[in-house]
Design a protein around this ligand. Structure first.
Ligand code: ZN
Length: 44
């Protein structure tokens, strides 16, 4: 049974920092910039 923990990883790449391309290979995730972490919302 898995523990349900708050996922702080990027929703787009799942924390890998890159995304798999359908055509093959991979590229840096534009959503997190390769960090794999969910982008923080800036508060003014
Ligand atoms: Zn990402």
């Amino acid at each position: 049974m898995k523990k349900y923990t708050q996922n702080l990883n990027c929703n787009y790449c799942g924390g890998d920092g890159y995304v798999q391309l359908l055509l093959g290979g991979s590229e840096t995730c534009y959503a997190c910039g390769g960090t794999g972490k969910k982008a923080k919302e800036k508060q003014c």
